[in-house]
Design a protein around this ligand. Structure first.
Ligand SMILES: NC(=O)c1ccc[n+]([C@@H]2O[C@H](COP(=O)([O-])OP(=O)(O)OC[C@H]3O[C@@H](n4cnc5c(N)ncnc54)[C@H](OP(=O)(O)O)[C@@H]3O)[C@@H](O)[C@H]2O)c1
Length: 252
């Protein structure tokens, strides 16, 4: 299938590790001109070198903390000056937070800001350009929101789903789609180091929760994101499509 992505421009946030790296690789292989963003420069320079060697085009590296007040305007300016215009925005940066209902406000606010507010503000910075060009793709990497406990990240993901659904209706006639992709358990830095450091406990978790019987790999989620980013997915908007090995229990 020709995804008709060659030459399109895209920003992938959270592209120094895990799922974001997989998404950047997949889009670069389709000929997308990329900007990759995170706080750590070295892993992004290594990824940019790898993709330059493979595809002949080096992604633009943007070092930024999305929690900074001025991040939306500085990132938008960096993308504008390097890529010219932005057609695809992949909001992937984020971190899971531990289920902790009575955590203090600073924990809740930081978790909510990272997964919801920074994403909403960054999207707003790019929306005028997408509207002016009459075409855009926004894809949010969220998280499964079938709570067995509560946390800031999970609650923020539910907010992203509701916000994206509303926005999809506002934007539908303007050639701009917005969709959410919640991972179940995808092998990544935070999953290995923070959530599942113990192999025996991990195996029990898999047996109890993941019908397919393993964690997914970043490229398994990246393939869906790449399709949603393409012109071929123009009739798909306002959706939440999990990539989770059957982990979610409820029909959508
Ligand atoms: N993997 C899973 O199974 C899973 C499950 C549910 C949800 N998710 C969601 O999927 C997304 C990707 O997760 P992952 O598992 O690939 O995590 P990861 O390996 O820890 O990668 C997270 C990325 O986000 C970036 N990031 C974090 N805070 C940032 C900030 N303030 N400003 C800019 N960049 C920031 C990190 O880069 P720096 O540290 O260099 O800034 C890194 O590139 C996240 O939104 C996560 O919540 C993943």
């Amino acid at each position: 299938m020709d995804l008709k992505l060659a030459g399109k421009t895209c920003l992938v946030t959270g592209a120094s590790a895990g799922i974001g790296v997989g998404i950047a690789r997949s889009l670069a292989r389709e000929g997308v001109r990329l900007a990759i963003l995170a706080r750590r420069r070295d892993p992004m320079e290594a990824l940019a070198d790898e993709l330059a060697a493979e595809t002949g085009v080096r992604p633009v590296v943007i070092v930024a903390d999305l929690m900074a007040d001025d991040a939306p305007s500085t990132v938008q300016a960096a993308v504008q000056s390097s890529l010219g215009r932005l057609e695809i925005l992949v909001n992937n940066a984020g971190l899971s937070s531990k289920p902790e209902p009575m955590a203090p406000d600073d924990v809740w606010n930081a978790g909510f800001d990272l997964k919801f507010t920074t994403l909403r503000r960054l999207t707003n910075a790019f929306l005028p350009g997408m509207r002016a060009q009459g075409w855009g793709r926004i894809i949010n990497i969220t998280g499964i929101v079938e709570p067995y406990a509560t946390s800031a990240a999970l609650t923020a993901c539910a907010a992203v789903h509701a916000w994206a659904k509303g926005l999809s209706r506002d934007l539908a006639k303007e050639g701009i789609t917005i969709n959410c992709v919640p991972p179940g358990r995808i092998n990544s830095e935070q999953i290995r180091s923070r959530l599942h450091p113990d192999p025996a406990v991990t195996q029990r978790y898999i047996e109890q929760n993941i019908p397919i019987g393993r964690f997914g790999e970043p490229e398994e989620l990246a393939d869906l994101v790449t399709f949603l980013a393409s012109p071929r997915a123009g009739y798909i908007t306002g959706t939440v499509i999990p990539v989770d090995g059957g982990m979610s229990r409820f029909a959508m």
